[in-house]
Design a protein around this ligand. Structure first.
Ligand code: ADP
Ligand code: MN
Length: 516
């Protein structure tokens, strides 16, 4: 019956009185906007489906519209990512189920058993909100090699007279059967529903062992297929970010890890095709620097950023996760300044949250050696020294920067010259400790080259004056440093009085920040 028919029937009959009192009001014949045919139409079904999918996978959709995607791979390229998302969803659901079972079994018993060891998602990673402080910023360092978790094994359950020890064979057997369900999903344990299966500890342990080694084996196979061990070293969210870059065709493959430092993990990748032809020029080989995110590192480093007036307003308002992104952002800005001044350094490709993609210094997956690892002829050593002196001056005068971690560890020897890297901590000279950092840089450089036999190498105080253009005359280190600190104090007053007018931070020419 069509809607008009219904209304007419209601109109004619005794339903009329009811209708006027009806708490839902009179049926409105005009408000029905689509016919049955419409409702049954495939087109509408498709649209609704799409809408639902959009709601369920907003991130995936964001990628499809992302800056790197090229027209031809919009439809298919997100399969892998979709799988990742689904896996994450699945893991979460799995853990929720685990928690429900845990609650059911424990009831309000004082002594409880824990299923923690069977969880898929790390407890501190269960927070889905992007901007909340999560495990990355607190207790768990995902980059450290996995240690086996040591949850104390409770040997008994129940209370009062009903304590059942783990040695009760029947209970234990049933429990083992139940726990078997918690093996990896691809591990077929059969369907024991409705059967009172009791697995002995011995059988259960053998099965468990087998399930684990199966899981590891399939992980290994999977890894081989991916040609990548890189993904293992990062947390799921970072992995997803990297996947997105590969999916979008921006990177061809991520081949592996170059370095796992205290503050970052660096990967090598082959560059993909450039999506936005005009802006993004992707080098054939890239280095991906993933900033590590433990609270301890902030404590060590926040003196660099906290007092940097460029970031001052933002610092206090930010949560640790955002501060990490700021390190990446800082490195990007500093590299761009250096690039503009013509200092040999990696070229920024793109910044995504705490992941910075830049050009790779080296060749065919082999990174250029650090200055500390390379043996140079005395001629090259001298050449390197003068080049560094020059670069330090340029950095100071043209980029308005002090490296602040300059040493033979952060200089690469490539193509017959020195390349500067690792500038996330670099600050402007007017930073409250900028000149102290510069002095430390000078000491490292001067010691390295004096030890390396470069007779012309200036000592640290001479180098400091040569780089900064200041003329501190103290002839011993203590007095020299006292003068540096006095200057810093003056600088700080100046910056505070003049606020940001002194800022040299220019966003011109900086690459775009794609930050969802
Ligand atoms: P960290 O803060 O961990 O010291 P770095 O930026 O110094 O981070 O990178 C760590 C290591 O990774 C470097 O010592 C270098 O060997 C390698 N590396 C970093 N960036 C590049 C790059 N663009 N090209 C080649 N190797 C790089
Ligand atoms: Mn470094």
């Amino acid at each position: 019956m069509d809607p008009v028919g219904v209304a007419a029937a209601l109109d004619a009959g005794p339903g009329r009185a009811w209708q006027s009192k009806c708490p839902w009001g009179a049926p409105n014949t005009t408000s029905i906007s689509c016919s049955l045919a419409d409702v049954m139409s495939e087109q509408l079904a498709k649209e609704l489906q799409l809408e639902e999918e959009n709601a369920a996978f907003p991130e995936v959709v964001a990628v499809a519209e992302g800056p790197f995607i090229t027209g031809e791979n919009v439809d298919t390229s997100s399969d892998l990512m979709l799988a990742q998302m689904l896996q994450m969803e699945f893991d979460r659901e799995y853990d929720a189920q685990l928690r429900r079972e845990e609650r059911k079994i424990n009831g309000d018993s004082k002594v409880s058993i824990s299923f923690e060891n069977y969880r898929k998602v790390h407890p501190y990673d269960s927070d889905s909100s992007e901007d909340e402080v999560d495990w990355q910023d607190t207790r768990h360092d995902p980059y450290r090699a996995d240690k086996p978790t040591t949850t104390p094994r409770r040997g008994f359950i129940g209370k009062g007279k009903d304590i059942t020890t783990k040695h009760d064979e029947v209970v234990c057997g049933r429990k083992n059967t139940a726990r078997m369900e918690n093996f990896a999903p691809e591990f077929q344990v059969g369907d024991g529903i409705g059967m009172d299966l009791k697995l002995s500890n011995q059988v259960f342990n053998a099965l468990k062992q087998h399930a684990y080694s199966e899981e590891r084996r399939s992980a290994r196979l999977h890894e081989k297929k991916e040609h990548s061990t890189a993904e293992k070293a990062v947390d799921p969210k970072t992995r997803l970010l990297l996947y997105k870059m590969v999916n979008a065709g921006m990177l061809e493959t991520i081949t592996g890890c170059i370095s796992t430092g205290k503050e970052s993990v660096v990967f090598h990748a082959y560059g993909g095709k450039s999506a936005t032809e005009d802006k993004l020029k992707i080098p054939p080989e890239c280095a991906i620097k993933v900033f590590k995110t433990t609270l301890n590192e902030f404590k060590n480093r926040d003196k660099y950023i906290k007092d940097d007036y460029r970031f001052k307003d933002r610092f206090s308002k930010l949560n640790p996760r955002k501060i990490i992104r700021m390190w990446a952002e800082k490195e990007m800005h500093n590299l761009t300044r250096m690039q503009n001044a013509g200092i040999p350094c990696p070229q920024v490709v793109i910044l995504k949250k705490h992941v910075l993609v830049m050009s790779f210094i080296g060749q065919e997956q082999v990174p250029a050696p650090k200055l500390k690892d390379v043996t140079l002829s005395s001629e090259d050593m001298k050449k390197a020294y003068y080049q560094i002196l020059n670069m330090m001056q340029q950095l100071y005068k043209e980029c308005n920067l002090v490296h602040a971690d300059l040493s033979e560890y952060n200089m690469l020897w490539h193509d017959g010259k020195v390349w500067l890297i690792d500038v996330s901590q670099s600050v402007e000279p007017t930073h409250p400790h900028g000149l102290e950092f510069l002095f430390r840089d000078c000491r490292n450089v001067s010691q390295f080259f004096q030890k390396g036999g470069v007779a012309e190498a200036l000592n640290e105080r001479e180098l400091f004056n040569a780089v900064s253009g200041l003329n501190i005359t103290a002839d011993n280190e203590v007095d020299f440093q006292a003068e540096i600190e006095a200057l810093e104090k003056m600088n700080e007053d100046h910056v505070q009085n003049h606020g940001k007018k002194l800022s040299m931070l220019s966003t011109d020419g900086d690459p775009p920040i794609y930050d969802e």
